[in-house]
Design a protein around this ligand. Structure first.
Ligand code: FAD
Ligand code: UDP
Length: 428
């Protein structure tokens, strides 16, 4: 086992066939990241765990392993920041934004909530979303308010339930995303709210996607117009990145973080007992079982001054905002799927506002793999990788990309907590 580098050590890496590179090294004292200079070449570092990825999976494991079992960890992250897809930041206009699309934290798990609450206060939010189609904003997901807007008069839960019963297509066990919606609300509402959005988002027909994809969206006959159904819905009060910083701070000197670094670059230099891997599983195995399909995204931000926002007040209904809800979905208009104005949800007191348009994109070289695609063809490939991963005894595969599952943040944390317990058991 090599030694663990000191917090202040100058670090650079020479990997096979590549020139000497500087690495960003995060010191013990938090995230005052020092850029390392010079020509020092570290022959061998020793850690108990090499953690690939500084998202929810990697940082939950780093925090648990260091604080609960005294282990040392090296976290290697190829992006320039911690937090994975849940990273947030203040943009140039002072607005707190989610860098990789809106991340609405929600959970039914007391364990996950209590775990994360050690590192953050919470700002409770009822995430309310509208769908823009047929020239109007519609409450979404479909609920009694949506139904009343559709029929153009007041109604009741009983009338809505009876009408959906007439409209729905009787399908006993929906096997894909088209059937799951048709079986609940029928063809007209499916075409109005789901078909176009899904085609745009996935570049596939809903028939070619598992029922779980559109099945994520609830349909209600009451007036509950919240997007999500979980009991606890809130955002970290000071943001996700601040929460992740606190998780790392809790690790004290037992964790080192290298940013801007692919773990394969440092593998020759690092000795470790176990790897925790949260990158794409097909990449780990050099695509030997075939390439898994992913969906990517492109984000386009636009910011507005208070003066520019004045003209939007008749639409947003509120001073200082551009649109009437945190998220507006566009099933049938534009090339983007949704337009997010996070300030509605964060409650940030800030005169400017920023909206971010989200354009679905094909995955390919240079693109981020944002979404695994839940479908029968990808399941066939991912089950082969799962068998390979299960056989890899000194690596834990964790999170959305390493297990190829469309997981939410709380599910990823729950799985990391469970994996930590399993690893503790192995050590005994
Ligand atoms: P990630 O966050 O993807 O982190 C993995 C990290 O590993 C990445 O930072 C990556 O750069 C790094 N990495 C990969 N390969 C390597 C390598 N070779 N070397 C070094 N580093 C590497 N969840 C919710 O609960 N609510 C939401 O509202 C929500 N909205 C979402 C919106 C979008 C657009 C997306 C894409 C996801 C959303 N999610 C949401 C899901 C959420 O992002 C994930 O559940 C969570 O971030 C997964 O954490 P993770 O650590 O497994 O993976
Ligand atoms: N969906 C849709 N219309 C909408 C919102 C969602 O058809 O207005 C479908 C679409 O296929 C989407 C899936 O439901 O990918 C899940 O939506 P969610 O908002 O949960 O997606 P995420 O936030 O994970 O991108």
């Amino acid at each position: 086992m090599g030694r663990m580098p000191h917090a202040t050590e100058r670090v650079s890496i020479r990997s096979a066939g590549r020139p000497l590179r500087e690495l960003r090294f995060l010191s013990d004292s938090g995230l005052s990241a020092a850029r390392c200079r010079g020509d020092c070449f570290v022959m061998s570092w020793g850690f108990d765990y090499l953690i690939v990825g500084a998202g929810f999976s990697g940082l939950t494991m780093a925090e648990r392993l260091t604080t609960q079992s005294g282990a040392t960890c090296l976290v290697v992250e190829r992006r320039a920041h911690i937090g994975g897809n849940a990273h947030d930041r203040y943009d140039d206009h002072g607005v707190l934004v989610h860098t990789y699309g809106p991340h609405y934290f929600r959970t039914n798990s007391k364990r996950v909530r209590e775990y994360l609450s050690q590192f953050t206060e919470w700002h409770p939010v009822d995430y309310k979303i509208l769908s823009w189609t047929h020239g109007a904003y519609w409450p979404f997901p479909i609920n009694l308010n949506t139904f009343e807007q559709l029929v153009g008069r007041p109604s009741t839960p009983e009338e809505m339930a009876a009408t959906l019963e007439k409209w729905r297509v009787p399908i006993a066990s929906p096997s894909n995303s088209e059937e799951v919606i048709l079986s609940q609300v029928g063809r007209e509402l499916y075409e109005r709210f789901f078909e176009g959005y899904t085609l745009k988002q996935w570049h596939r027909h809903p028939r070619e996607l598992d029922a779980s994809v559109c099945g994520r969206i609830p349909v209600r006959t009451n007036r509950d117009d919240r997007y999500l159904a979980e009991k606890f819905q809130a955002l970290p009060a000071a943001g996700y990145t601040r929460m992740f910083e606190r998780m790392l701070a809790a690790c004290g000197g037992r964790v080192k973080v290298l940013l801007n670094t692919d773990y394969r670059e440092v593998l020759p230099q690092v000795k470790f007992k176990r790897m925790i891997y949260s990158g794409p599983v097909d990449e780990y195995f050099d695509f030997s079982e075939g390439r898994l399909p992913y969906r990517s995204l492109r984000f386009e931000a636009e910011s507005f001054t208070p003066e520019q926002l004045v003209s939007r007040e008749p639409i947003s209904g509120k001073k200082g905002f551009w649109q009437p809800a945190v998220q507006v979905n566009f099933p049938n208009d534009h090339d983007y799927t949704r337009l997010v104005e996070l300030k509605h949800a964060t409650g940030q007191l800030c005169e400017n506002s920023t909206v971010i348009r989200e354009y679905p994109a094909d995955f390919g070289p240079g693109m981020e793999a944002y979404y695994p695609i839940p479908a029968p063809d990808s399941a066939a490939i991912s089950s082969r990788y799962k068998a390979r991963a299960d056989a890899e005894k000194s690596t834990s595969f964790l999170g959305r990309l390493a297990t190829y599952n469309y997981y939410n943040m709380d599910q990823v944390v729950a799985l990391a907590l469970a994996e930590f317990k399993k690893i503790l058991g192995m050590d005994k």
